[in-house]
Design a protein around this ligand. Structure first.
Ligand SMILES: [Mg+2]
Length: 411
């Protein structure tokens, strides 16, 4: 038997995907939930399942399913309210631990990350070994299982990670990628939506292997560079790089579902102020301000609301809330509301303002600083405008786009 050294991969990409992430955290935190079918909802009032444990999945229960429907499949399903701050903290720990393995980590979502380990092979060994190291590292810092896929490109690595969940480890060496994907339906690859799938099907491309019969120019003409990328993706040669930069935010917004058909001005004001404070806190945490805001109220027939401007760029919750009050006066005729939304449309680095033009009474920056410091220590909304003290329980919602680094390090 020859003892040749394992081959060097010219590119080595790993995808780490946590298994039933939120549910696993709840089971980790509360041992009595381990091995049990549990479902996570937004607060105990939530009716929609955000995620569920593998024990629940065994009964056909899925993310996005109504709790009622799930209980028809398994009546003793345990409902747990989501704990977004906790999930964010665990995610941050995991993501920063991954950076011990490679500096090239792209946080893809709250529970998924790509690692480019091409340059780590000399130090850490062949990619299958690094893939095991990733699982080990994640378990060390979180106590939780994950699934890992490794290949020579992002798309194949992501496909690999899906193949053996939970607690999976699937290696597709780059030189086998084309052949391993050949029989896979194109829409199974991440990033190929049904629309593109239809376009491909009309041209006889159902599986990745069919792609060799379609000239790349045809995809490029219809979809531009993304089309070209898809052509390569299907051959196991996705050219996309692992991107560890977090792009600057285009907007910072918070929305919340209110009790269905809310017609009480008082309650709407509470929610609007709550969302205004959340947006303001997030702006301040990143030393940002904004001047243009969208304030929206969702009725049965769609959004009523408007874009409004503050006099000066701001990150003050009360000033943003003023816009909310304006919208309520101008755009709301008492119809039932289902959701409120406050979004800063043009967040930009906070500039030092000319004190001269500022109304000293409107300057809350001092009290905001104190409030932020206290809430950092004692938890969100420990200190809060009085109106929010009596707010109904409004669980935070963790957005799928949430990332633990940079400006998105908030929930
Ligand atoms: Mg996952």
């Amino acid at each position: 038997m020859s003892d040749s050294p394992p081959p060097h991969w010219s590119r080595a990409i790993i995808l780490m995907d946590m298994d039933a992430f939120f549910a696993s955290i709840e089971q980790y935190d509360q041992p009595k939930l381990r091995g049990r079918p549990i479902a996570i909802t937004n607060g105990m009032q939530g009716t929609c399942i955000i995620t569920c444990s593998y024990e629940a999945r065994a009964y056909g229960i899925k993310t996005g399913m109504r709790l009622k429907e799930a209980r028809r499949l398994y009546p003793d399903l345990i409902q747990r309210p989501a704990n977004p701050e906790r999930y964010a903290a665990v995610s941050s720990n995991i993501m920063s631990a991954l950076q011990d393995i490679s500096p090239d980590v792209e946080v893809f979502s709250v529970d998924e990350a790509f690692l480019d380990v091409t340059r780590c092979q000399k130090l850490l060994g062949p990619p299958p070994r690094i893939a095991r190291l990733v699982k080990q590292k994640v378990f060390e810092v979180s106590g939780l299982p994950c699934s890992v896929g490794a290949s020579g490109d992002k798309t194949t690595a992501k496909y690999a990670a899906k193949q053996n969940k939970p607690n999976g480890l699937v290696i597709i060496p780059p030189w086998e990628a084309r052949q391993r994907l050949a029989g896979v339906s194109v829409t199974e690859l991440c990033g190929i939506a049904d629309g593109i799938g239809r376009f491909l099907a009309e041209r006889g491309v159902w599986t990745c292997g069919d792609m060799v019969h379609l000239p790349i120019g045809e995809l490029a003409r219809r979809f531009g560079n993304p089309g070209r990328r898809i052509w390569y993706m299907c051959q196991g040669e996705d050219p996309a790089k692992v991107d560890n930069r977090v792009p600057p935010p285009k907007s910072i917004g918070h929305g919340k579902v209110v009790p269905p058909d809310t017609r009480s001005r008082h309650i709407l004001l509470i929610y609007l102020q709550h969302m205004s404070e959340k947006v303001a806190t997030r702006l301040r945490r990143h030393d940002m301000q904004a001047q243009n805001f969208f304030i929206g109220l969702l009725t049965r027939d769609g959004w009523v609301g408007d874009k409004l401007q503050t006099v000066m760029p701001t990150n003050d919750g009360l000033l943003i809330f003023t816009l909310g009050k304006k919208i309520l006066r101008a755009n709301w005729q008492g119809e039932g509301i289902h959701q409120v939304q406050v979004t800063a449309l043009d967040p930009h680095p906070a500039a030092i303002q000319l004190e001269l033009f500022e109304d000293p009474l409107a300057d809350h920056s001092g009290s905001n600083r104190v409030m932020d410091a206290i809430n950092q220590r004692y938890g969100e909304f420990a200190l809060t405008p009085a109106r929010l003290l009596n707010r109904s329980s409004m669980p935070n919602v963790i957005a799928p786009a949430w990332k633990p680094f940079g400006h998105r390090k908030t929930v």
